[in-house]
Design a protein around this ligand. Structure first.
Ligand SMILES: *[C@@H]1O[C@H](CO)[C@@H](O)[C@H](O)[C@H]1NC(C)=O
Ligand SMILES: *[C@@H]1O[C@H](CO)[C@@H](O)[C@H](O)[C@H]1NC(C)=O
Ligand SMILES: *[C@@H]1O[C@H](CO)[C@@H](O)[C@H](O)[C@H]1NC(C)=O
Length: 493
């Protein structure tokens, strides 16, 4: 009896729900395809409808190679998500990042806040950054690094070479990523904080740097770079339960107590002219100063470690460059471009330490992108869109850098003269560009020059061979070697 009444009702309700859902879906499709403000930007349908493909590529570290495939199909500007655009044209660096201070960083960067506090790197607010950056900027001037930092960088370079020698004569093998991280961390901390972390203290050549689990943990977070900050809170709790590891706890304690000692000394008037003292002096709180130091430790260890590790690995694979560098050291550079500079520059290009799109928000007046490779078509990119360029697409562009995967310093120099094209110089994007360019880029460069020169003077790499012939890099904000490859080198006896 009841069945007779209910069933048609239920059937009716079900069909209404189905019809309603279909209508909504259709309406959404029409909106996405025809009236969404980005409907005129080329890209595949599934990217237009949802951010999930972009989030998945972020997690898997395939964001930039996927963007490259989209560019191959759709041209110089493509849609990565409903509100996300990628451009593979070096001509767009200036308007997005440089002119008039560049566009603001996208809120995505807040996923790299530490303990809920914004860092010099993570903040999207130019004024917040300006106060802190202005306070510490004098430390990062090349002239100051070359005068006040010379002794520290040379000491660290000596330790770097000594560690290689010890390995060569001892266990005959060493991990270049670990070694390069030690050098980067000690050089940075010794100069910037006025007190070396102690990365080479008690180092026997086989164990892992004590700061590594800490640094790796932060690096692992770049898998969630594009995830909103409030969700990250849950992720952190989740990761904490997946990674409940003693190594990480010990490492964090070590880093934190080192940073605490820096801040304590600065509060008592020590550490004149250091990063931490300069921040405290302009009224930055003690808690935030600690966070800024922790961020500097991550930034000063992970990306430069990868870059230096890969550079040395490439030199081991192609020892003719080490010999060339050694000749140059005795004969002096011939012209306006040394092989040393070319080598570091090529390391800069090939390491792809930060390979992904550096997203910026189009300002309220919108922005019109005109591809620099000609063609009459322009694209209006509306206010609020997250737009960006990646080092991956620029550094691996075959037109600008023929055989882009090849490590070839000679593409920059011939007979001591620079042979770089305008595009080659323009499209180096290792540190970003413009007002939000990496604040410590001059230090990172000087660290490279000092250690590579010292390496060339020594004969320590003679007879060394790489253990893995090929390495594959994941495309996270900070890159990491994919599982199954390493940067170990070995000396045959
Ligand atoms: C490395 O790349 C940056 C651009 O991100 C550039 O400013 C810097 O001069 C380069 N350094 C060298 C030695 O080529
Ligand atoms: C390489 O860069 C040029 C502009 O410098 C651009 O026209 C071209 O589309 C880029 N190619 C790829 C594959 O990204
Ligand atoms: C270096 O010298 C070459 C040839 O003399 C010249 O074409 C080039 O512009 C110079 N580059 C710089 C950066 O001075």
């Amino acid at each position: 009896m009841l069945d007779g009444v209910l069933q048609p009702l239920i059937a009716n309700a079900t069909s209404s729900i189905v019809i309603l859902s279909l209508t909504l879906l259709l309406a959404y499709l029409c909106y996405a395809l025809f009236s969404h403000p980005l409907s005129h930007i080329p890209g595949p349908l599934h990217r237009r409808l949802s951010s999930i493909p972009l989030l998945v590529s972020n997690y898997r570290g395939t964001e930039s190679s996927q963007a490259a495939s989209l560019h191959a199909k759709y041209g110089p500007i493509v849609l990565l998500g409903p509100n996300d655009v990628h451009i593979n044209d070096g001509g767009a660096i200036a308007p997005i990042y440089v002119e008039k201070g560049g566009f603001r960083k996208a809120p995505y960067y807040h996923s790299t806040d530490i303990d809920g506090l914004q860092t010099i790197f993570s903040t999207t607010d130019p004024e917040y950054r300006a106060v802190r950056a202005k306070a510490v900027a004098p430390i990062f001037a090349t002239s100051k690094i070359q005068s006040d930092g010379a002794r520290i960088l040379h000491d660290c370079a000596d330790d770097f070479v000594a560690a290689l020698k010890k390995a060569k004569n001892g266990v005959h093998e060493i991990d270049l990523i670990d070694l390069a991280r030690r050098y980067s961390l000690d050089a940075m901390s010794g100069y910037v904080f006025g007190k070396r972390y102690g990365a080479f203290t008690d180092y026997t050549g086989t164990e892992t740097l004590s700061a590594t689990p800490y640094v790796n943990f932060i690096q692992a977070f770049t898998r969630f770079f594009l995830v909103p900050n409030w969700i990250l809170g849950y992720l952190l709790a989740f990761l904490g339960s997946v990674y409940p590891n003693q190594e990480f706890e010990t490492s964090t304690e070590k880093v934190t107590s080192y940073v605490q000692s820096l801040v304590d000394e600065a509060k008592q008037g020590g550490g004149k002219d250091t990063f931490q003292k300069r921040l405290l002096d302009v009224g930055i709180s003690e808690a935030e100063t600690m966070v800024q130091c922790e961020d500097a430790i991550f930034a000063g260890t992970d990306a430069p470690g990868t870059t230096l590790g890969l550079l040395v690995w490439n030199l081991v694979k192609q020892p003719e460059y080490i010999r060339g560098l050694r000749h140059e050291l005795t004969d002096g550079p011939m012209g306006n471009m040394s092989l040393l500079r070319a080598t570091v520059q090529e390391g800069n290009r090939t390491s792809l330490a930060n390979p992904v799109r550096l997203p910026r928000i189009v300002p309220p007046q919108g922005w019109t992108y005109t591809p620099s490779a000609g063609g009459k078509k322009s694209y209006h990119v509306p206010a609020g869109t997250a737009v960006g360029i990646s080092a991956y697409s620029l550094h691996l562009n075959e037109t600008t850098f023929p055989s882009p995967h090849e490590f070839n310093p000679r593409r920059w120099v011939e007979n001591g003269q620079s042979i770089a094209t305008r595009e080659m110089n323009r499209d180096l994007f290792a540190f970003g560009a413009g007002s939000r360019q990496c604040i410590a880029q001059n230090l990172a460069m000087e660290e490279m020059f000092v250690v590579i020169r010292r390496l060339a003077e020594s004969e320590v790499l003679t007879g060394a061979q790489v253990v893995c012939e090929e390495v594959r890099l994941g495309e996270w904000f900070n890159t990491r070697l994919r599982d199954g490859c390493n940067l170990k080198i070995r000396w045959t006896v």
